[in-house]
Design a protein around this ligand. Structure first.
Ligand code: COA
Length: 172
């Protein structure tokens, strides 16, 4: 899918150093993810190689950019290992700080929604640690709606954190 100076494609193994670099900024210095251990290419490759077909990882690539051109990524992962939850997938979207605000996150999330259509995934779930106005706006702009707030469920960087629960129903 083409975007404004970037394109979106499936992630490949050689993208992992950039995918993990973008993610690890938030692991180590942000609240967007509750992961606290950085991911390492060559060690954590199963995160990409061990996925079911309905759980894609997409990358946004700017051919004119440095660092192999990967400026963002997005994925659908399983919400729960319990079988009856197979129809629900959890989305993740991470854009390099230098590439934010130019539609990369929107294009990645729109591509994920398109990819989920026609699979067994019928509900997309987003868990957004607060405050994160950019992520709330991004998900709302693609049709996600809040259905609750999980209060004080996380603690990171000295803050006790609430998580906004948002979902998009693809079969309604
Ligand atoms: C959240 C994130 C993915 C958004 O990506 P992005 O490429 O900057 O977003 P876009 O440029 O596509 O903008 C998407 C929407 O959010 C809005 N938005 C973007 N940044 C915003 C901000 N700081 N405050 C409020 N709204 C914002 C845009 O106006 C746009 O809304 P619109 O479609 O109604 O105009 C990006 O900020 C990011 O990677 N943040 C750190 C990781 C993170 O929080 N991931 C989500 C975890 S739940």
């Amino acid at each position: 899918m083409p975007g404004d100076g970037f394109e979106i494609r499936d992630a490949a193994l050689f993208d992992l150093p950039r995918i993990f670099a973008i993610y690890n900024r938030e692991v180590e210095g942000g609240i967007a993810t509750f992961d606290v251990e950085p991911r390492i290419a060559g060690v954590d490759d199963a995160w990409l190689t061990g996925r079911a077909p309905e759980h894609p990882v997409l990358v946004a690539v700017d051919p004119s950019g440095a660092d192999a051109g990967v400026i963002g990524w997005a994925s659908i992962g399983p919400w729960s290992p319990r079988g009856a939850y197979r129809r629900t997938g959890e989305v993740s979207v991470y854009v390099d700080a230098a590439a934010r605000g130019r539609g990369v996150g929107s294009a990645l999330l729109a591509a994920l929604i398109e990819r989920a259509s026609g699979t067994e995934i019928k509900v997309l779930l987003a868990r957004v640690a607060l405050p994160n106005p950019a992520s709330i706006a991004l998900h709302e702009s693609l049709g996600f709606r809040s259905f609750g707030t999980q209060r004080r469920c996380g603690e990171k960087l000295g803050q006790i954190l609430d998580v906004e629960l948002m979902d998009l129903h693809l079969d309604e």
